[in-house]
Ligand binder design. Sequence first.
Ligand code: SF4
Length: 260
Amino acid sequence: MHFAMKRAAAISAKSPSKSETSAAVNLLDLGPDPRTETLRVLQALLVQRFGRIERAAAEWRRPEWVLVQGVIGARTKSEVSNAATDRLLKRYGSFEAVAEAPLEELQAELATQTYLNVAAERLKASLSALVERRGTVDLSHLVKMDTLSAMQWLEQLPGIGRKIAAGVMNASTLDRRAIVLDSHHTRILQRMGLVPPKANTDKAFSAIMPAMPEEWSGADFDEHHLLMKKLGQTWCRPAAPQCAACPAESFCKTGMARAE
Ligand code: SF4
């Protein structure tokens, strides 16, 4: 088994709780993680192929906005969910007012979303829970929390899983080092052998975070995610990966196996 896979499998086999992940990796003491260099090289190749994908300053939104965008965004293009989130704010004036809106009204407002009924229900439930806990739709308390604790706090809200929690921490003005794993990104990590083959989002997050280059900032994490998403939409598609054209082929477990 490739060393990177052994390491990912070892991390996975221990099934650490989220808070134990870093300690578990230290205890394993397997030396420098080769996946880190793989990620650096991959990032450079993806920039070479796609160009830089940097979020403009105006696109760094408040954490509350990112939470809403994530909750309503299942299987929907980001641009569509972005526009829907802006429309909600414009129509109701505040996310507190969105939380109080009748469910049927929210379903109509979210007509552009793929799963509009689920989106409306989750939106109302998560915002209502937030108002119940904080008195308002306000996540400013997360600023003082470490990233993992803040994510665990967010994941107690209905409809908030690891992907949305990581998005709130990374792709917002919080600008934290938390990798957002959507289905494209997770699939590529699995195929490359950088996380266990059947790892769900939680396990993939725990497996890959210790390998992320320590010099990468929150903005670098964001750009890496956007580039991986682009790779998943271009070559590493779900049904038929086009490995021969993919820049990762020479160090991807699946790509190398298919080239033999
Ligand atoms: S080489 Fe193939 S399997 Fe690997 S990342 Fe590229 S397209 Fe996906």
